[in-house]
Design a protein around this ligand. Sequence first.
Ligand SMILES: O=C(O)CCC(=O)C(=O)O
Ligand SMILES: [Fe+2]
Length: 166
Amino acid sequence: MRTWLDDNASTLLLKLSRRIEDITGLDTTLRTRFSSTELFQVLNYGIGGQYDPHFDFYEDTKQLEMYPPSLQGSGERLATFLFYLTDVKFGGATVFPNAGVRVKVAKNGAAFWYNLKTSGDLDKGTLHAGCPVLIGSKWVTNKWIHEYGQQFRRPCELTRNSPPTP
Ligand SMILES: O=C(O)CCC(=O)C(=O)O
Ligand SMILES: [Fe+2]
């Protein structure tokens, strides 16, 4: 199950969006044009529910045209902020097979990662999947942060593959 929540629909969501901005230093402003973020995506996985391995960015820049008008010109999904809203009794971890990382589901926990290198190149190390839920029900919400608006917040590095500045 997937649905979307608008930051402006409640003061709580707006606060959450501002909190992400405070933590990451990135612009999380939702705009009708050149938006820096997408709405909050909410996902629920029942038993057996999973998310196949994928990247959060589009590999083909032509596909960026598939975004809604608010995100035209906003670039790729620079970063992902993922909140775990429930515990899961068994299964459901978020795994990054290329990076060798597994994030266990923990209520009130969150994961954050950059999908792009500081050069702007797509980081294939961010391939990730939601493992099948074996016992329980998993709820998450995530906010995708786009490149637009981050020019002065996450400056480019000088070499193509330099690691992100901490
Ligand atoms: O549910 C998860 O653990 C991952 C979700 C995800 O990768 C996504 O929404 O793009
Ligand atoms: Fe994802």
